[in-house]
Design a protein. Structure first.
Lengths: 346, 398, 449
């Protein structure tokens, strides 16, 4: 019987050589794949208020969702030709690199490592965030430096976790992280005093506070301990696709700068004499050629999704639970002292 | 027909059907097919993987294990600093998985015996309480149990008003704080004495059994053994002037410092694992006791054995044969299910290595492979022990 | 006189005294079952106290302080300060937790599929119906195709059309069979043969009659099914309890055949096959499901060619099937070992070959013994399916979590957990009771060997 096994294994080995599959390397461009499919695959995270949340009738909405809607509007002229996918933070990069989706649009921090070693490319930034701490008032803590030896609730698999470690080591604070997979569990732990402080991007801290039974007993400390530029991510080595996603964002920022919004864009298209507006909305010039899109791509974005300011107010502004003021913050336009800046449409 | 070949099968002239119907040839044929299919599939997968990795510009290999992990781990049983490597993270994860499994297994086994006996109790309330417990626990997914206990344990008091037992043990919503033993000079001698005591007790038991076999006289081997195991180290401990001090936890700033501590996630996970798996242990114990037929008890009484001897020499050995296999596979499940720690942030192997490290380094294949390897090693070791035990106690078939 | 004397002296038992008052009735029962001795009394009192504490908390939280109507979680918090449940949210999110993001107007398809499956299985409980095994096999083999074309919809391709038509034909014939069994006392094939007038013809012709009837039914069903016009619902928006049941249902029905093959392979005399099967079983049994799921979503796409790109649900289902098959293989192996060795020997002595011996002698006995274990595995699998929430499939658990992240329902976290736990409890409890019932009825007829 031993001989038989050896024989069988040998035969199998030979067969495997004979049947070895042909290498498949030729890949279609992502734009062609998306157009053929008729749907954009957009990958979000598990619900996070403000950025992407699920309503009880199963619709996704949020600040990061608008990125995907803009791309869909640019390609199809319709912002809702999207198949949403939603994965946990721990598997987001592998799911993206594996080609499950076309755009990853979910509070992902742009870092050198992620941009170069995961087979992914970051396009540009749609939200500048920074990590901070939130504590209960009764601790009497005035700043992050008072947190020596404190336990801090943090979400796993994020840059937040690494920043906390770095900050604690740099300032010799000896903070003790308590790591969570699920933000609901993290938040309820913090509310019940399971940690002294909670750390996250400041935008998320605001939404955490909005969950609390009594919101007035929590303070977000003034320190910002990290830079968190968040933006959509695409797969590496498809620069046309990268350009489409990046310029869809720029179109929204530029629209705000030019004073275009979903309400007046039709009128501006018909009457404006500003050459940049006319170029951007496809009235003159052929800026669309390089992207492989229709001339009206940017018009479609502004018309159906809106400009940056509209999106911000809809999901982050004063009227929402997030309540993160924009005026004068880094997320304001460069003309008003912020960092939002679109390269010229020319 | 007329010529019957008495010399056995002919060498050369076998017909095709003869070969097809020959079991040996058939089995060779099947095996070759299976082997070809499996090896071809493996090769296919490996080739694809190599191409995919190349196409995506991702690297493969184990070099990342020596690079700095850069994140800290909330709690670990072995030393870990944020500057350590990914391989250290792997070891920390393994240690944390093993320690929680160890405590969970011990508690599960003890509690399982209690609940199993309770279910057989004649007391209406006790019996039904135990049944209710079993039904509620086993019909709800473990993941929900874990999340539930974790949420519930948040209701424990804050560190400032911890539940304390004397000034030594503290329980609050951060975790459990206990005094840490600090061995002084000469404590090694005490440890050695424990080992000597165990060896001596084992020797006494063997000797007592032999003597009983030969002469029929009994010897209180159990109590002598206990005396040896406990007494020798105690004597040494006293003689050396009690070389052991304790570091007590005390409240400083936000938290307790000093002493040893386990985080709340550990307590909640342990609680959930124990409550859930106790059910399966209890069912194994109940089935085991019921599997010993009443005739065995009666027979042993009629031989004149005392009830206590009947229990020890007749019922328990037979019940154990039915209890041990499910008990050990239950242990295996405890180890495997401790991986659900990831849901509440206890830093076990899956949480620190397959989540955080995988996310930071992106080496999916290597990391998932290493995690699987660990669980396989543990499970196969346990099941090898189980097979050995089964061989020992199996009723010999024809 | 003498008569009287005789009757006086003859033994006449007095009517027996009633049992002492404290051994009968409520008091007696309590003395016996609750206060049998000091230890018993203490235990009873402890038990009652424990029960009181638990019930007190449950009633306070779940009923007294609970809020039944509210428009947001904030509203609940304002009223009861978080000291009671906010069941209002469950009402709002009920649909999502059951069906995930499946469109509201298409949800009848899921209900319809569920009802078809139930109807398909009802003949099992009807005593007069013949051919129960065929009913079971037809349901397990063809219902998944019907369900797939129903749940996914859209352009499903000719293969799925054909399989769905077969499923529909079989489903209708199962119920025609029930009708004929009850009305005429004969099974459907027998009725068909006698109606067409082939009853007195050669037995070999009967086959063709049945095939012909099936063919006619198939064509009708195909025509009917081609007239269906269902909107496509991609698997990415499936979710809720529906998803949990789909994953565990496919897992268990594929696990049975593959588990049987693996178990036979493990007991095989052919070394290569035995080694492969054993390695497969041991590998996947010894690792936690969560690692297999991670493998499915992170590694499987790397294993497959780029253009293949299967949806995540498909990969997760494959992972769950592998996991369930490995466990089922051990259950089956246990069943095979429990079949008396004499049965194997007798079958071989009768001259049956391996497959006939297995199919006709061993498997029927082994399967009967295994039914409780199979139900147990199904329950286990259903509970384990909650782990898919960790890798981001919107099963009932993750859907509940999503509810707590919606801006209006921010913080709505404990109630979905409790609701999910209740649903699992009801489903699993019912199943385990049914399996105990089966154990008694089947085991009873079988007796001890």
């Amino acid at each position: 019987m031993k001989k038989v096994s050896l024989l069988a294994l040998g035969a199998g080995f030979l067969a495997s050589l004979a049947f070895a599959p042909e290498p498949v390397l030729a890949q279609d461009s992502t734009l062609d794949i998306v157009k053929n499919r008729g749907m954009l695959r957009c990958q979000l995270g598990t619900p996070a208020p403000g950025f992407y949340s699920l309503s009880d009738d199963g619709k996704w909405s949020g600040f990061d969702v608008e990125n995907c809607r803009a791309v869909s509007a640019a390609i199809f002229g319709d912002p809702d030709k999207i198949e949403y996918q939603s994965v946990t933070s721990a598997v987001r990069f592998t799911a993206m690199a594996n080609g499950e989706s076309d755009v990853l649009s979910r509070t992902t921090t742009w870092t050198l490592f992620r941009d170069t070693q995961l087979g992914l490319d970051f396009t540009t930034v749609n939200f500048y965030d920074g990590q901070g701490f939130m504590v209960t008032n009764e601790l009497g803590v005035k700043g992050a430096m008072d947190l020596a030896g404190a336990t801090v609730c943090v979400l796993t698999g994020t840059t937040t976790e690494l920043n906390l470690t770095d900050y604690s080591r740099t300032n010799d604070l000896g903070m003790e992280p308590v790591v969570f997979e699920d933000s609901n569990v993290r938040d309820s732990t913090f509310f019940s005093g399971g940690c002294d402080a909670i750390t996250n991007d400041k935008s998320s801290l605001a939404s955490t506070r909005a969950k609390a039974p009594d919101q007035s007993i929590f303070t977000i400390l003034p320190e910002t301990i990290s830079k968190e530029p968040l933006g959509p991510v695409v797969r590496q080595n498809d620069s046309q696709w990268n350009d489409i996603v990046m310029w869809s964002l720029f179109a929204m920022i530029n629209a705000e700068e030019l004073g275009l919004n979903s309400g007046n864009v039709d009128e501006m298209k018909a009457n404006s004499t500003n050459p940049e507006v006319r170029r951007m909305l496809g009235v003159e010039g052929d800026l669309n050629k390089g992207l492989g899109l229709e001339p009206e791509w940017a018009y479609n974005i502004v018309k159906t999704v809106g400009n940056y300011a509209e999106n911000y107010e809809r999901h982050m502004g004063a009227k929402t639970v997030m309540n993160i003021p924009r005026a004068g913050s880094v997320n304001d336009l460069w003309t008003k002292g912020g960092l939002m800046y679109s390269p010229p449409f020319r | 027909m007329a010529v019957v070949d008495k010399a056995g099968p002919r060498k050369g002239g076998r017909s095709f059907t003869e070969i097809v119907n020959d079991e040996r040839y058939r089995s060779v044929f099947y095996q070759v097919i299976v082997a070809v299919a499996v090896i071809w599939a493996a090769n296919y997968l490996i080739t694809n993987t190599a191409e995919n990795l190349q196409a995506r510009g991702m690297s493969a290999g184990f070099e990342f294990l020596t690079s700095t992990a850069g994140f800290s781990i909330a709690w670990s049983i072995i030393d870990y600093e944020p500057g350590d490597t990914y391989f250290d993270v792997y070891l920390v994860g393994i240690a944390n998985t093993l320690i929680i499994s160890f405590f969970a297994i011990i508690a599960t086994t003890l509690l399982g015996f209690v609940v199993g006996v309770m279910r057989l109790s004649k007391n209406f309330i006790i019996c039904n309480l135990a049944s209710g417990y079993v039904e509620v626990m086993r019909n709800v997914p473990l993941l929900l149990h874990i999340l539930f206990w974790f949420t519930l344990s948040a209701a424990l008091p804050r560190p400032k008003n911890s539940l304390g037992l004397g000034d030594m043990f503290f329980l609050n919503n951060r975790g459990l704080y206990v005094p840490a033993p600090i061995p002084g000079e000469g404590f090694g001698v005490v440890v050695i004495m424990v080992l000597i005591g165990i060896a001596a007790a084992f020797g006494v038991t063997v000797w007592a059994t032999r003597r009983q076999m030969a002469t029929g006289q009994r010897f209180p081997a159990f109590w002598v053994g206990v005396g040896l195991v406990v007494g020798l180290p105690l004597l040494a401990f006293a003689a050396l002037g009690a070389p052991l001090t304790f570091d007590y936890p005390s409240l400083k700033g936000f938290n307790f410092t000093g002493g040893a501590d386990v985080p709340r996630a550990f307590c909640a996970l342990l609680f959930a694992l124990v409550l859930y798996h106790t059910v399966y242990m209890a069912e194994a114990v109940r089935a085991g006791i019921l599997s010993v037929s009443h005739g065995q008890t009666e027979a042993s009484y009629s031989l004149g054995l005392k009830p206590s001897w009947t229990l020890r020499l007749v019922v328990i050995p037979q019940a154990m044969r039915a209890v041990v296999p499910p008990m050990i596979s239950n242990w295996m499940n405890v180890v495997k299910n401790s991986s659900l720690a990831v849901a509440i942030g206890y830093p076990d192997l899956v949480a620190v290595f397959m989540q955080t490290s995988l996310n930071q380094s992106g080496h999916a294949i290597e990391i998932v492979g290493m995690v699987m390897l660990f669980y396989m090693t543990v499970s196969l070791t346990i099941s090898a022990a189980l097979n050995y035990y089964n061989k020992l106690v199996q009723i010999k078939e024809r | 006189m003498t008569d009287a004397t005789q009757s006086d002296t003859a033994f006449r038992p007095k009517p027996s005294l009633p049992p002492p008052a404290n051994t009968v009735g409520v008091v007696g029962w309590m003395r016996k079952n609750l206060f049998g001795g000091p230890v018993d009394t203490v235990l009873t009192l402890l038990g009652v106290y424990l029960l009181y504490v638990i019930l007190d908390f449950v009633v306070d939280y779940g009923i007294v302080n609970a809020i039944w109507t509210a428009d947001s979680y904030r509203e609940c918090l304002d009223i009861n300060k978080g000291e009671g449940a906010c069941w209002a949210g469950i009402g709002v999110w009920f649909n999502s937790m059951m069906y995930g993001r499946y469109p509201d107007e298409e949800q009848w398809r899921i209900n319809f599929g569920g009802i078809v499956l139930l109807l398909w299985l009802i003949p099992f409980w009807l005593p007069k119906v013949s051919g129960k095994i065929q009913v079971g096999i037809s349901a397990v083999l063809t219902f998944p195709f019907l369900a797939a074309s129903l749940f996914i919809g859209g352009d499903i391709g000719i293969f799925l059309h054909a399989m769905t038509a077969i499923a529909l034909t079989l489903f209708v014939s199962v119920w025609l069979n029930v009708a004929t069994c009850y009305l005429m006392g004969k099974s459907l094939p027998a009725v068909l043969i006698s109606v067409t007038g082939f009853a007195d013809k050669d037995d070999r012709l009967h086959k063709y009659v049945l095939l012909g009837a099936f063919g006619v039914g198939f064509v009708l069903a195909l025509l009917y099914h081609l007239s269906w016009d269902l909107v496509e619902v991609p698997t990415t928006i499936w979710g809720g309890l529906f998803l949990t049941l789909v994953i565990s249902g496919i897992g268990i029905s594929s696990a049975l055949p593959s588990g049987i093959l693996l178990a036979l392979g493990r007991r095989s005399k052919m070394p290569v096959i035995r080694v492969f099967c054993t390695a497969f079983i041991e590998l996947f049994r010894s690792v936690p499901l969560i690692t297999i799921l991670f493998m499915a979503v992170t590694m499987m796409p790397l294993f497959l060619p780029v253009e293949f790109n299967p949806p995540k649900l498909a990969m997760v289902i494959v992972a769950v099937c592998i996991f369930a098959a490995a466990y089922m293989a051990e259950t089956v192996r246990g069943g095979l070992q429990a079949v008396n060795k004499g049965q194997y020997e007798a079958a071989q002595a009768m001259g049956l070959n391996f497959w006939k011996m297995m199919a006709l002698i061993v498997m029927p006995q082994a399967l009967k013994l295994m039914i409780p274990n199979i139900v147990g595995s199904f329950m286990g699998l259903m509970k384990d399916t909650t782990l898919v929430s960790i890798i981001g499939l919107y099963d009932i658990l993750l859907m509940g979590k999503a509810a707590g992240q919606n801006p209006t329902w921010l913080g709505f976290h404990t109630e979905p957990l409790l609701f999910t736990a209740t649903i699992f409890f009801v489903l699993c409890f019912a199943m385990s009771k049914y399996s105990q019932h089966l154990e008694r009825t089947i085991g009873g007829g079988y007796g001890r060997r």
